[in-house]
Design a protein around this ligand. Structure first.
Ligand SMILES: [Ca+2]
Length: 230
């Protein structure tokens, strides 16, 4: 059964997009704008172009207590982006450096059917690739957090900060759940082990927030933390 909804608002309106394996699909409209969307088989799919902001909230992965490099590759509708440095160069593209969050707004808009995925790669300190995971593949090595989800309760390995520490700005402490806009998703990457039941699997080797909006300008101007929607 396919429903079709068209909603208008004088305030803000968001549509949640969840197309198959697409990572964090959703859309956010500025005041007075309208976004059409469909609800089909439980998925909400915007029918208008959207823009993308990718934020690396942090990274934490060590080997015997020594930081391992982590690199990031973004792919949207077949185009690759490496805003945080070359993804195949663990020296130039390393984001596991205890820096504040990094943000990148793609200066383009995309068709509603465009797919977004983020690839995280960990590297041995010798420079060889260790593990690579892609959010698009719905690997069990990548967890997705959305609005209303339980807060992750996973201790960091080897004394690292826990996953919860990287997403603390998106937690409702009263309910113990994630509080985000519907246009936002957080991806928790495990890039240190393939044994996901081991204590080494702490799912904060790379933490990425994907935010969708109507235009790059809207994403640059938007106070997303305060965004409201019907
Ligand atoms: Ca870790």
């Amino acid at each position: 059964m396919k429903n079709y909804l068209r909603k208008t608002t004088h305030r803000k309106l968001m549509g949640l997009l969840c197309m198959g394996a697409v990572l964090a699909p959703a859309a956010w409209a500025q005041a007075g704008e309208v976004i059409d969307f469909e609800i089909s088989e439980g998925q909400v799919v915007p029918t208008e172009d959207f823009a993308v902001k990718v934020s690396v909230l942090g990274a934490a992965i060590t080997s015997s207590g020594v930081d391992m490099p982590v690199t990031v590759l973004i792919n949207i509708a077949g185009t690759s982006y490496e805003p945080f440095g070359a993804h195949d160069d663990p020296s130039e593209g390393n984001v596991n450096d205890h820096s504040p969050p990094r943000h990148f707004i793609v200066q383009d808009t995309f068709d509603p059917n465009a797919t977004i995925d983020v690839t995280g790669t960990s590297w041995r300190t010798s420079g060889s690739m260790y593990l690579q995971r892609n959010s698009y593949e719905e690997s069990p090595s990548v967890k997705v957090l959305r609005d209303g989800d339980p807060v992750p309760n996973i201790d960091g390995f080897e004394g690292q900060a826990g996953a919860v520490d990287f997403v603390e700005d998106y937690i409702d402490t009263e309910t113990g759940t994630m509080t985000m806009d519907v246009n936002q998703s957080i991806y928790l990457f495990e890039l240190g082990t393939t044994r996901l039941s081991s204590s080494a699997a702490d799912f904060q080797d790379l933490v990425v927030l994907v935010t969708l909006g109507t235009t790059p300008q809207a994403l640059e101007e938007g106070d997303l933390a305060d965004a409201s929607y019907d």
